[in-house]
Each structure stands twice: as C-alpha cells, then as structure tokens.
Design a protein around this ligand. Structure first.
Ligand SMILES: [Zn+2]
Length: 368
C-alpha cells in the first residue's frame, strides 16, 4: 500500500512542527475550487472516493486529486478486507516495537493498539482512559453510531445517527486503529523515537502525536514522576490524532488544536496539575497585560499560558453552544476562515471572544 512520506508531529509545548505542516506543499491551499469545472470535478472525485466497487488505489488517487484542488486530503473509506490488511500491517509494526523493546506488553481494543511497559494497574487505567476519551470526543464532535454487523461487512458502513447503543457502536474514525506506545523510562522512550521515527526528542517533550497522510496515527508518551500528568499528556496527544482524523487531513489552527487537546486532557484527567497550572498562568497573564498575546493568529508557537487560555476559550465555546462548536470545527477543517466561522456560529469575532474570555475570568478589557 502506498505510504505518504509527509508526517507531522505535535509535542506538548512544542508546536513548531505544526508550522511545518501549515507551510508544507502537502497542505497548501488552492483558490481554484470556486471554478465551476473544479466544482464539477470535485463532485465526481468525491463520488469515486465513496464508491467501494472501485479498487482502493484508484479511490486513493481520487482523494489525492481532491487534495490537489482543495489543499485538503479526504480520508478514503476502506472495505473490511482493506481495513483488515491495514490492521495486519499495524500489528506487524507493533511487533517490531516489541522485538526492539521486549518489556512492551500489547493489547487491542476496538479503537486502539496499545503497547506499554507500565505496571499492570497503570496499564489497565490507561486502557480505560483511552476508551473514555474516545467516547467523550465522539460526544463532543458528534461522531455517529454505526451498526456493528454492517460495519464488519463494509467498514464504510451505513451510519445510524440515532441507533440504540445496545446494537451500535461509535464509528471508528481511525484508519484501522490508533497505535499508542507508553514507556516508563525516558531513555527507552528517546531510543524508541530515534529508532522508529528518526526523531531526537527534546527534554521537555512529554509525548508526541505522529500522524501520517495514509491515516496512520501513532501516539507516544513517557512517564515523568506523576502518573496523572502522564495520563493528561497522553490524552492531549491522542486528541491531536483524533482532531487530525476528523473529516479531512488538515490541521486545525494552533490555538484551536491545542485548546481542544488541553480541554480534553483537563476534562478526563482532573487530578493532573499541568493543565490547571497553565490556566492559572493564563489568568495572571490576562490580568497583567489585558491581552491574549496574539493567540488566535499564532501559527508556530504558543506560550504555556496561551495553552491555558486556548483551553478556556474552547471550554467557553463548548458551554455556550456545543452544536455550533462541531460546525465550527468542521467548517474550519473544510477551509473556512476561522474568525468568519466564529462570527457565523457564535456572533463573536476575535475581539469579542477575547473580551468574553476575560470577563469570564473577571478581567475586563482583554484584547486578542
Ligand atoms: Zn499539543
């Protein structure tokens, strides 16, 4: 199967790779799809991508043509056979991880392939946490239920939005499964990243999300003194993978991407101290500067306090109108301007949103 070489990683506190993604030709935006001929081509190409009677490589080629026109790669649905083949390849990859690091124990859930050398109780806690995270994100992102039997017959599956939970399960947004690798030991983690992702990990990195244009997502994480802070990092990184797989392969703007990941981490791991500390720093920074420091426009870097501000902004938008938040994410992923989309669904431009966030923290006059 063709594998795309382009790959981006996102580390906690290190978002430089996202700039690479945004600046990369793989994600370049093309203005030409307002052209009627392009619009007609897109309709036909999208039909081909969904037509499961067409061989996979041809559907994939159609998806790449859509990317050439729109700058965004739609995911190619797989037949059950293609899905099984992908899972087989992913399992073979995890076996190679295990050969290199024999302490890794592997398990499989509906959505995840999990490999780790953490003690048994932590191992079980992480398995449970990943499944809970998937449910919470599906709720927030309105991921539909699918009939399990139909899904087995054809992974593109008939979607049942209001199906009962007894017979149905959440649609699997991964292409096969999301691979999650967690190490207890920092040097093992660093060696793993170097060996399998050719990546020299900086000392501040707590975890990484390796996401590739063939739909393969690998989350890696390491233990660092406190298990809850590690769980929080794991949820943060896995949420990046989820956001990436949502709808099309195109990264959300930095503040929204990091805000959603930190919001999810804080919601699912309230015992962790990392996200609350960043949010306290955000309040202190807003009190001092009456500003979000250009957070909405940032493309390559957010300061730690801006992660806190971004997560609080996401929380505010979700509380104000959860349905509008799904529309916001989807429209932005499809190429709409972020501020215009905020105005459309929330009647808030960046100035109004910054002011609203400030007021929610008891600080008047906060500017973007
Ligand atoms: Zn992040």
């Amino acid at each position: 199967m063709k594998r795309f070489v382009f790959q981006i990683e996102i580390a906690v506190f290190i978002a430089a790779a996202l700039l690479t993604a945004l600046a990369s030709p793989a994600f370049a935006q093309f203005g030409g799809f307002e052209n009627p001929q392009n619009a007609a081509d897109l309709t036909e190409l999208r039909r081909q991508i969904e037509d499961m009677t067409i061989p996979y490589q041809e559907r994939l080629a159609a998806a790449n043509k859509v990317k050439d026109i729109t700058g965004r790669l739609p995911w190619t649905p797989m037949t059950s056979k293609e899905w099984s083949q992908r899972l087989y390849e992913q399992k073979a990859t995890v076996k190679r991880y295990q050969s290199a690091f024999p302490k890794l124990r592997c398990s499989e859930t509906r959505y995840f392939l999990f490999a780790s050398d953490v003690p048994p109780q932590m191992y079980r806690e992480i398995q449970t946490l990943l499944d809970r995270m998937y449910d919470v994100l599906c709720d927030k992102f309105n991921v539909p239920f699918v009939d399990l039997q139909q899904e087995k017959e054809d992974v593109s599956a008939v979607v049942k939005r209001n199906a009962s939970k007894g017979k149905s399960v959440r649609k699997n947004i991964w292409q096969a499964k999301c691979v999650v690798v967690v190490f207890m030991n920092e040097s093992d983690y660093n060696q793993f990243e170097m060996r399998f992702f050719n990546q020299k990990v900086s000392s501040g990195t707590k975890g990484l999300c390796h996401q590739m244009l063939d739909g393969t997502v690998t989350i890696t994480c390491k233990f660092n003194k406190d298990k809850f802070n590690m769980y929080s990092s794991l949820v943060h990184e896995t949420t990046h993978g989820f956001s990436f797989m949502r709808r099309v392969a195109y990264p959300l703007p930095l503040w929204l991407n990091e805000g959603v990941s930190d919001w999810t981490a804080r919601t699912l791991v309230p015992q962790a101290t990392t996200c609350p500390v960043k949010q306290k720093q955000a309040v202190a920074a807003m009190q001092k500067t009456r500003s979000l420091g250009g957070m909405f426009q940032a493309t390559d870097h957010l300061d730690p306090w801006q992660y806190g501000a971004a997560a609080m902004t996401v929380n505010l938008l979700l509380k104000r109108n959860p349905g509008a938040f799904v529309n916001l994410i989807d429209d932005v992923k499809d190429g709409s301007d972020v501020e215009q989309t905020l105005i459309k669904y929330y009647n808030l431009d960046y100035t109004a949103l910054a002011n609203l966030l400030g007021r929610a923290c008891g600080i008047p006059g906060v500017k973007p």
